[in-house]
Design a protein around this ligand. Structure first.
Ligand code: ADP
Length: 571
């Protein structure tokens, strides 16, 4: 795994577009209904909080007038307000979870469809435009995107509503400050509102200066953490090879490097955090002094009751909390932005696939038609000039040539996985099958692995047993129902025989083999080819192979060299 330098936090506005499609989907009315209700509830909640402030004033003024009976009479309103507020919050959270789940499921289904269409999953790994860790993007980023967007979005709306509602309260009850200064009569309406807002904005500015770089340090931290995870995963996946090599020291070195990067960046995170914390702590301690300073004119005018103090205090704290929300969640907004950037990149890569000039046309006609085929690398350099070929139905071609000549790439082009180059390919693609050197063996029951790519209910049990027998895998018959990671359990040779058993079941009319028997001994290899021709005597067969003994099963040989292609009759 290559260590890359982390990108800087993204600033592209277009990444926000990733949020939109769900709101235009068939689920949009339900989604908008839920969102509307959630926002409505959060407005109501703020209004109850304003009502609470007013009640506070009445309650404390009544209390300090020692009117016990009137105080008790105010309690039912208190119970009503708290129940309303609690009920609304519980319902709001529940609805948010429902919306978040619906959004995530919808998005994940769409992404899975895109990922598994047009060989996008293959091109993302091997193509020119790659996007790393598509698994992380589909599984984690989509889940986090909905949760974070809803949490941050709703909190932002709540913060704005709270700010506006309590700003009005502060403005109204705070009154006007008027005084004479150097002969000037100065009048400041809503001075409490201005005092609060200005002091908080001032602190925000200082906070940004002291802890601002924390955002990018946190962003880098995520990248380095992911590096460590990926390196550990590498060790896990290649445990056997590493153990054979005795590569513990080299792995330890790689992992220590990851850890060193984490440690170095972590020091930056700590520095910016303690600086930001100092400002926040000083401010939290000193904020009462700001409030008291703002109350001085009221005290001097003997216009402050305990009830009024309590109400101003609550309005002041609410305005402060709502303004501070934007400062405190600056980091989270940056995290959300990086999630959106990763998803946006995934979409762009998926949409821009594939980029090459090799055209494939499916046809019902038998045989394979190749016209002026040239295979290029992604940098434009030529791998092989295949030219034009007609392979009639039922012919068997043996493809040979030195390593690196482009044999596998030609098969990839035939399968539609390699599009860089020029030319035209057409054959009956519906009825064709490709066997690579390493066949994919999914975990699950052996029946599932055998039926792949069809579902396990496709073939009768007898047919499956018979296919195993024909592929010299009779020992596996009792295991058909057993679940295991068959890709790890079976040896490479057994996996290649299993792939042939699949061919016996699927009975394709055209078969492409890319060193599909390379792990087998000569007898097993010859057995498989003989059984294949016995069972499917009319098959069109294209085999890329190195073992000259296999030529006996073919009628033509195509030799691919760096600058030339020769076709000669065998037999
Ligand atoms: P062969 O099967 O004849 O041994 P390949 O078809 O595997 O050869 O490779 C032919 C050439 O194509 C090689 O030079 C190799 O570097 C290049 N090539 C194959 N796959 C890729 C890839 N995914 N990206 C870039 N180059 C590739």
């Amino acid at each position: 795994m290559a260590h890359t330098e982390p990108p800087t936090p993204p600033h592209s506005l277009s990444d926000w577009k990733v949020l939109l499609p769900y709101w235009r989907s068939e689920d949009r009315w339900k989604a908008l209904g839920l969102l509307g209700s959630i926002i409505g509830l959060s407005f109501l909640d703020v209004q109850v909080a304003v009502w609470f402030g007013k009640w506070d004033q009445t309650f404390f003024d009544t209390m300090f007038a020692y009117r016990v009976a009137a105080c008790i009479a105010l309690l039912p309103i208190y119970i009503l307000m708290t129940s309303l507020s609690a009920g609304m919050r519980v319902i709001q959270q529940y609805m948010t979870q429902v919306l978040s789940m619906r959004w995530r499921l919808w998005n994940t289904r769409v992404y899975l469809r895109k990922y598994l269409s047009d060989d996008a999953y293959y091109h993302l790994e091997h193509g020119q435009n790659r996007a790393d860790n598509p698994d992380q993007r589909i599984a984690d980023d989509l889940a986090q995107m909905t949760v974070w967007t809803l949490r941050l979005g709703l909190e932002a709306i709540q913060a704005v509503t709270t700010f506006l509602s309590f700003a009005v309260v502060l403005w109204t009850i705070g009154g006007t400050l008027s005084f004479v200064w150097h002969g000037w009569h100065i009048v400041i309406p809503g001075y409490m509102f201005f005092g609060t807002t200005i002091s908080i904005l001032l602190v925000s500015f200082v906070l940004e200066k002291a802890g601002g770089p924390l955002v990018s340090a946190n962003y880098r931290q995520q990248h380095y953490d992911a590096d460590l995870r990926a390196t550990l995963l590498d060790v896990r996946r290649n445990a056997e090879q590493i153990a054979f090599y005795g590569g513990e020291a080299a792995e330890h070195f790689r992992l220590s490097e990851c850890l060193n990067r984490i440690a170095k960046n972590w020091r930056g995170v700590m520095t910016y955090t303690w600086r930001a914390n100092t400002v926040v702590e000083l401010y939290t301690g000193g904020v009462n002094i700001v409030l008291w300073a703002l109350l001085v004119p009221k005290l001097l005018a003997h216009a402050l009751t305990f009830g009024l103090y309590s109400r101003i205090n609550s309005a002041f704290m609410n305005v402060r909390r709502s303004l501070q929300w934007f400062i405190e969640n600056y980091t989270d907004l940056a995290t959300l932005r990086s999630i959106l950037q990763r998803l946006g990149e995934f979409e762009r890569v998926v949409v821009s696939l594939p980029a090459g000039g090799i055209v494939r046309t499916p046809t019902d006609a038998d045989g394979i038609e190749i016209k002026a085929l040239a295979l290029d690398r992604s940098d434009g350099s030529r791998i092989a000039d295949i030219g034009s070929l007609h392979i009639p139905a039922g012919e068997r071609w043996f493809i040979s040539g030195p390593s690196g000549a482009g044999k596998s790439t030609m098969l990839r082009a035939l399968a539609g996985l390699w599009t860089q180059g020029t030319g035209h390919i057409s054959f009956n693609m519906r009825d064709a099958m490709f066997l690579p050197q390493r066949s994919y063996v999914p975990a699950g029951s052996l029946l599932q692995a055998l039926s792949y790519p069809a579902t396990p209910d496709r073939y009768a049990r007898d047919a499956c047993e018979e296919a195993l027998l024909a592929a010299n895998l009779a020992v596996l018959m009792p295991d058909l129902e057993n679940e295991a990671a068959w890709g790890d359990v079976l040896s490479p040779g057994e996996q290649q025989r299993l792939a042939f058993a699949r061919v016996f079941l699927a009975r394709p009319s055209t078969l492409f083999l890319d060193e599909a028997t390379s792990a087998l001994d000569e007898k097993n290899e010859a057995d498989l080819y003989a059984r294949l021709l016995e069972r499917l005597p009319h098959i069109t067969l294209i085999s890329v192979a190195h073992h000259a003994a296999l030529k006996a099963f073919h009628g033509q040989e195509m030799i691919l060299r760096e600058k030339s292609v020769t076709v000669q009759r065998l037999l």
